[in-house]
Ligand binder design. Sequence first.
Ligand SMILES: Cc1cc2nc3c(=O)[nH]c(=O)nc-3n(C[C@H](O)[C@H](O)[C@H](O)COP(=O)(O)O)c2cc1C
Length: 172
Amino acid sequence: MDYFDVPLGKAYELLNPGGLVWLCTRAEDGRPDLAPVSWNCPLDYEPVSKVLLVVDTSHRSYENLVEAGEFVVALPTAAQRALVDETGSVSGRDLDKYGHFGIGSRPAETVDALVPEGVAGWLECRLLRVVVEGTSGVVFGEVLKAKAKADAWKERLHYVREGLWFAPGPAL
Ligand SMILES: Cc1cc2nc3c(=O)[nH]c(=O)nc-3n(C[C@H](O)[C@H](O)[C@H](O)COP(=O)(O)O)c2cc1C
């Protein structure tokens, strides 16, 4: 069996085929924001689920979640791939992405953020803490409320790296 050397700067891609999420927040001035985050994973379950996100400390979304102490993790579907790219190409510092891209939404039920319409589901979270390593903010969240379509995983969008996306196939 041949294995090839993976450059150290690319080794993260081996861990990265997890599902993409939209991090949805609201700024202190009231402007809602959303940003794609592919570096995310579960952290804990019973009695409540906890989640981890890695968010660059320069992002508006990071500033928002630290200030507000809450956020939504929404699950874009494969059909929303173009919108994911668009929302990841500009900062909420410069514009209201919901208004600019015409993203319909509903208010989250327990936190002050907007859930984009059409997602496979979402998790409403309170911020537990943040650990900053370099320019990465490792965000610890506790889930307060979660809603999803039946079999939400089937619709999810997965992102490995620039140009490499996939959607789940049939269950095994
Ligand atoms: C597919 C995709 C995945 C991304 N994953 C992450 C990520 O895991 N962590 C992160 O900090 N930024 C990630 N980004 C970049 C941010 O979403 C992007 O810089 C966004 O414009 C930040 O917006 P904001 O300043 O309004 O928060 C990703 C972007 C794309 C398009």
